[in-house]
Write a protein that binds this ligand. Structure first.
Ligand SMILES: [Cu+2]
Length: 344
């Protein structure tokens, strides 16, 4: 009698254990397979959550300009992710004299807080010591399509040029135009920080010396494209440190479709305002060009800084309103072929 009772209890315990493991497995369904390495998972689940793509981003410093580069350029390469897919990005710190981390701006990181890149909060700095100078971020791309960006999250590395665009979309979006607007400071940010943090500054942020669009100051070295007639999606990202920008395109309305990684019902504006760290996507319909512009070989894409937000007038403010011609493809950042090869 006592033996059958013991057998019954053992069977019940085994059943409960199986249920518990199953239940926990389903609870953790949203986690990356590596995170639940202690549990067995079915092959189907692994396939569902396997890494869609792996990237390598190498952070370095230009010996000439002292700008911070990703894979040799600032801005770094545009990363294109599919919604809700897993990605792995290996970040290698080749800075001669500094730590770094990379933050994926706008990514919820719901089950991957260790990949958020917030130094001192969710991760330790990535050292520049050989052999230890890397960190592998793994995360699920956001559910919603839209424009996001990555940037350095150690001190003011963003201000020194450590940033790049991320486009999340199900479609093949390689033809979309990506515009990264940013404040440019002639001095390295480390030189500006002490006076900004000192009491006399009264919290007034340093005034940028110029605006850069996709890493360029002006339309120099532009390459002309032939006329465009189809619709084009444009993603504008404010990767600046202080300035708010007003974006307009001569003669064309901006049909806004996405704000900060959230699809919105299409609304048409003449101009849009993009504050620091904000992103807006809009569609340009070239068939709507007014006749007096339609014949023109180029069109101005204007990025105006709101200079009135600066604490004091700066001579360089008169140079603001840097822009490029929309038919000039080089203001739209496309990843050069040699950079594609450096992504593994
Ligand atoms: Cu950010």
């Amino acid at each position: 009698m006592i033996y059958s009772l013991l057998v019954l209890i053992s069977v019940a315990v085994i059943f409960l254990l199986i249920f518990y493991i199953d239940f926990n497995d389903s609870l953790q369904k949203n986690y990356h397979p590596n995170v639940r390495s202690l549990k067995t998972v079915s092959l189907v689940e692994l396939n569902d959550e396997s890494i869609a793509e792996r990237y390598t981003l190498v952070v370095s410093k230009s010996a000439i300009s002292k700008r911070l580069l990703v894979n040799g350029t600032s801005p770094g390469p545009t990363l294109r992710f599919k919604p809700n897919k897993w990605y792995e990005v290996l970040v290698i710190n080749e800075l001669p004299d500094d730590f770094t981390t990379i933050h994926w701006h706008g990514f919820p990181q719901l089950t991957t807080p260790y990949s958020d890149g917030a130094i001192g909060i969710s991760q330790c700095p990535i050292s520049n010591e050989r052999g230890k100078n890397h960190f592998k971020y793994s995360f699920r791309a956001p559910d919603f399509p839209g424009a996001y960006f990555y940037h350095g999250h150690y001190q003011d590395q963003l201000t020194d040029g450590l940033y790049g665009a991320i486009i999340v979309d199900d479609r093949n979006t390689a033809d979309d135009w990506v515009i990264l607007m940013a404040d440019y400071y002639a001095q390295p940010a480390a030189n500006l920080l002490p006076s900004y943090l000192s009491p006399p500054s009264d919290g007034d942020e340093p005034i940028p010396d110029a605006v850069i669009v996709n890493g360029l100051f002006t339309e120099s070295s532009l390459h002309m494209m032939s006329g465009l007639m189809e619709n084009h999606t444009v993603h504008v990202i404010n990767a600046g440190s202080l300035s708010m920008y007003t974006v307009t395109v001569d003669g064309l309305p901006l049909a806004v479709t996405n704000i900060d990684g959230t699809p919105v019902e299409e609304v048409v504006y003449d101009s849009i305002v993009v504050n620091v760290a904000q992103r807006t996507s809009f569609v340009l319909d070239f068939s709507k060009l007014p006749p007096f512009i339609a014949g023109s070989p180029s069109l101005w894409f204007r990025v105006h800084v709101m200079a009135s937000m600066y604490p004091t007038y700066n001579e360089s403010a008169s140079n603001f309103g840097i822009l490029g011609k929309i038919y000039d493809s080089s203001i739209f950042f496309h990843m050069p072929q040699f950079m594609m090869n450096s992504l593994s």
